[in-house]
Ligand binder design. Sequence first.
Ligand code: NAG
Length: 309
Amino acid sequence: MAEGNISLIMEFMLLGFSDLPNLQGFLFGLFLIIYTGILIGNGLIIVITKVEPVLQTPMYFFLRNFSFLEICYTSVILPRILVNLWTQKINISFTACAAQFCAFFVMAITENFLLTVMAYDRYVAICKPLNYPLIMNHRVCFQLVFGSWTIGIPVMIGQTYHVFSLPFCDSNKLNHVFCDIPPLLKLACSDTSVIEFSVYVVAVLFVMIPFLLIIRSYVKIISTILKLPSNTGKYKAFSTCSSHLIVVILFFGSATITYSRPKSNNSGRTDKILSLLYTIVTPMFNPMIYSLRNKDIIDALKKLLQAKW
Ligand SMILES: *[C@@H]1O[C@H](CO)[C@@H](O)[C@H](O)[C@H]1NC(C)=O
């Protein structure tokens, strides 16, 4: 019987927030505001780092690409949630689910590596200022960004193939807001230990390694800054990397909270909210952090607004 059912699953039900029927309108409004904010905030960063002459440096080149990534990353998740809340249709085809899964994790990996590249950029700027223009030339910047976007693709295509060729037989109800690994593995009716192990290996390689490289950059940055003779010098050097440091802490902090909770006390609803936090927090706060803390960006924003009115 179970065997016969395997091929029947052509689509999944993304239950999403359907356990909160009274809050559908509220959640729709909330996510619409958040998504619009993410598009506007990151869109503004893309525009000003493109047009403002003062901001034509590697640091802002990376920031622009990072903001672009944040828009793509949230666009894999949020529009679908909005449509589901609006239409109350919760089915997602097998292919769409696989595509969402693959795109989401490719971009999550990109995010880790772009943050690493940005930390490396700050490391070179602060610890090797004389060689900075030489090391961070156009070609290197482009290669670093391109590498960050592509490094996860082959691995995640493999993982997606692996997860979506699991037999799903009893149910097609994903108690989640998007096609994430844990709810999919929960539905599979065969042994998932091999795939859980491979997910673990991928996480170590593509999360831990970038994270350790970021720590390494910051250890060197901070020890260099502490050796600077004047307090103004210290403050100036630190202010160029503090925004990035805050974004790093937000991103890895929310990732740790989401994915390192013990399995036993995972209740569906908390899980859903946490995994959304993980996808929403960094894209939402990234533009705010940079525009509140960075004088060049504030000036460029003012200029842009004055030019418009
Ligand atoms: C970011 O980098 C990727 C890969 O090199 C590229 O496809 C994309 O257009 C870039 N985006 C921006 C806004 O620079």
